[in-house]
Structures are given as C-alpha cells and as structure tokens.
Design a protein around this ligand. Structure first.
Ligand code: B12
Length: 220
C-alpha cells in the first residue's frame, strides 16, 4: 500500500494519485504516513529531473499534486485539533533570494495560521534586506526562512550576519526550513536565536504546537 501513492506520484498520474490519496484519508491513514509517501514520490520526480528523464513541466505538475494532497492533511493532521496560541504572536516568513520554491512555505504558513499566529508572508526570492526591513517594521516573534535551493543557503548566512551586526536578533526566534536546511552552514549554530534548522515537517509542527502551549500557560 505504502508504495502505491509514491509510484503514482513519481509516474505523475495526477487523477489516480488524487483519488488514491482521498481513499487513504477516508480510511484514516495517518496523515504523517501520507506525507512521507508524497515526499518519497517527489524525491523520485526530482531525481528523474536531475537525470534528464523529466522536464521542468513535470516538476510543476508534481509540485501542484503535492500541494493538493498535503493540503488535505492540515485540517485533520495527526487526527488532533491544533492548539491555538493566546496573545498576539507574529511570524515573518519568506523564501530566500534566488529560490522560487514555495510549496513547503505555503504548507507551513497554513499550519502556523491554524495555530493562531499572525503570519506576514514576504513571498519568494526575497532579498536579505527585505527580510531585515520586515524585522524592523514588524518586530516578529519568529522569523521563518524557507530554502530549497542549496545554492541559496549562502544568502541566509549573509542575512544572519546582517541581523546580528545590526543587533536585530533581539527576542525573535529564527527558523530555517525547506529541503536545503540540512545543508546549512555549521556556523549558523553560533547564533542562539537560530532555534530550528530542519526539513522535517512534523518537527516544525511540533515546534509551533509547543510555542502555542507556552503562550496559553503563560496567560493562565
Ligand atoms: C516542485 C519543484 C519545482 C517547482 C516549484 C513550484 C513551487 N511553487 O514551489 C518549479 C517547477 C517552479 C521548480 C523550479 C526549479 N527547480 Co525545482 N523542484 C521541485 C521539486 C520536485 C519539489 C520541491 C517541493 O515542493 N517539495 C515539497 C515541499 C513540501 O518540501 P519542502 O520545500 O522541503 O518543505 C517542507 C519542509 O521542509 C517544511 N518547510 C519548508 N520551508 C520551511 C521553512 C520553515 C521555517 C520551516 C519551519 C519549515 C519549512 O515544510 C514543508 C512541508 O513538508 C524538487 C525535488 C524534490 N524532491 O525536492 C525540485 C528541486 C528542488 N528543484 C531543483 C531545481 C534545480 C529547480 C530549477 C533551478 C530548475 C530550472 N532549471 O529552472 C528551478 C528553480 C529556480 C529558482 N531560482 O528557484 C533542484 C534543486 C537542486 C538543489 N539542490 O539546489 C531539485 C532538488 C530537483 C533536482 N533533483 O534537481 N521546482
């Protein structure tokens, strides 16, 4: 069963993959499992693109399919009702410069908004200075940076350096996610405000669940 959805995605069988995913949800398959199958299929699509077997149009189709299937999981994600944060918690979110991938960012933004956080979405291909301006203007509690292109990691490095030099890290916590996060420079660890570097969707959900719980505890 596990490989069926992966196979349908990697073969870009859109209608069949959608129908099969719907069946899985209807039979109460753990959304985390569905997510894993989708990501495995997608990885194979990416591999086929890298070897020249697939074209850019195939990446587009695979991306749209992923968004469609994973979107359904937010609502019932792990069968739990999301914890909703108390007080006003602000998140500034964007995909770093020279990277136009936004499927992961958009999925994450839905998850965070569902938990009661205000999210300011800066979009894709966001230059470091735009992030800096947003931090100054919005004074967010969390700065979320998405990076899928490994070559764009260097711009996150520059951004962290700038925020630190301008003393703008303050009380904000910084999260770096997206497929390229594991290739983050080890020097990022020197910034104590960088609290999350991962491409794991469920770790990211857990992070915001914990923050929401904390906000409730601190109000009661
Ligand atoms: C779909 C796709 C596209 C679509 C993107 C559509 C869109 N609206 O995003 C299109 C067709 C536009 C595209 C374009 C390109 N792509 Co592309 N693409 C992909 C593909 C197949 C999937 C990426 C994806 O959406 N993943 C799904 C999401 C859900 O995963 P995610 O981003 O990791 O996010 C999850 C978590 O990490 C987390 N998360 C994400 N962000 C954040 C942030 C925070 C703070 C937190 C907490 C969590 C979090 O939440 C998400 C939920 O699970 C990958 C292959 C692959 N399997 O990864 C190639 C891939 C990423 N692309 C690649 C390339 C090369 C390109 C192009 C350069 C191709 C070209 N020649 O033009 C261009 C990019 C141009 C640019 N400057 O950015 C390469 C990148 C190589 C590299 N290592 O850098 C890959 C790996 C394919 C490959 N094997 O060659 N692509």
């Amino acid at each position: 069963m596990k490989n069926v959805l992966k196979e349908l995605i990697m073969k870009l069988k859109v209608d069949e993959a959608m129908a099969y995913a719907q069946e899985l949800y209807a039979s109460h398959t753990d959304p985390a499992e569905v997510h894993e199958m989708v990501m495995e299929g997608l990885t194979e699509v990416g591999r086929r693109y890298a070897t020249g077997e697939y074209y850019i149009a195939d990446l587009i189709v695979a991306g749209m399919l992923t968004q469609e299937i994973i979107n359904r999981t937010h609502l019932t994600e792990i069968g739990q009702t999301p914890v909703v944060a108390r007080g006003h918690m602000k998140v500034v979110f964007g995909t770093i410069f020279d990277d136009i991938h936004d499927i992961g960012k958009n999925i994450m933004i839905d998850v965070i908004r569902q938990r009661g956080f205000e999210v300011i979405d800066l979009g894709i291909d966001v230059e470091g200075m735009r992030f800096v301006e947003a931090v100054v203007e919005e004074k967010p509690n969390y700065l979320c940076i998405s990076c899928v292109m490994s070559g764009s990691m260097v711009y996150i490095k520059e951004l962290l350096r700038t925020l630190n030099a301008k003393n703008l890290m303050g009380q904000m916590q910084i999260l770096i996610g997206g497929a390229a996060a594991p290739s983050a420079d080890p020097s990022f660890a020197q910034y104590e405000n960088v609290v999350f570097i991962s491409n794991d969707f469920y770790d990211a959900i857990q992070f915001f669940e914990k923050q929401a719980k904390k906000s409730i505890d601190s109000e009661s």
